[in-house]
Design a protein around this ligand. Structure first.
Ligand SMILES: [Ca+2]
Length: 182
């Protein structure tokens, strides 16, 4: 019984932390998975990345450009970007249009983590949102004119896990293991 419990605990732990580099990673603090997509050198835009992400799924979960709504989520992504130093900017799912910032998922825009002096609206009008990669303010946010193609920007995908689905997956996985063990 002891070894069975230890094995099951290990299995559950692996769901949280045992993902290979380059694969979506799980953040227990939000219960969501995240994926870094690095630039390929081809020009990309916010709307282009958004369309790409709408075709991306992980474990049957629909992805969206990441929405960062608290320190837990921001710190997780910032520390990931510190380890995986590829480029200076990663798009998020936030835009400034009709005079206000919003998340494209409809989540409440209340948390922000702007770099010093940002958002600067250096070109007035609609803006998109990015998180700094390797930069003195890594993990902080900056705004940039919406619709401008970038060759050196990556983006971050977030896969939301509905809470009942998380429980079901864990329960099904655990039951399957126990059955196999018997
Ligand atoms: Ca989020």
């Amino acid at each position: 019984m002891f070894s069975r419990s230890v094995f099951l605990a290990g299995f559950l732990l692996c769901i949280g932390v045992g993902v290979a580099a380059g694969q979506p990673q799980y953040l227990a603090g939000t219960g969501h998975y995240y994926e870094l997509v690095h630039p390929t050198g081809s020009p990309t835009t916010h709307s282009g990345n958004k369309a790409d992400v709408q075709n991306r799924q992980f474990l049957g979960l629909q992805g969206h450009l990441a929405t960062v709504t608290g320190d837990t989520e921001n710190d997780f992504l910032a520390s990931w970007l510190k380890r995986d130093r590829q480029t200076h900017a990663y798009r998020l799912g936030g835009i400034y249009t009709s005079g206000q910032w919003s998340w494209e998922t409809g989540e409440t825009w209340s948390y922000t983590n702007w770099a010093s002096g940002e958002p600067s609206f250096s070109v007035p009008g609609d803006q998109e949102l990015m998180m700094y990669g390797p930069h003195p303010e890594i993990g902080k946010w900056n705004d940039s004119q919406y619709g401008v193609a970038k060759t050196d920007w990556g983006y971050i995908i977030e896969y939301d896990v509905p809470e009942p689905a998380t429980l079901s997956l864990l329960t099904i996985g655990g039951l399957a293991l126990i059955r196999r063990w018997k």
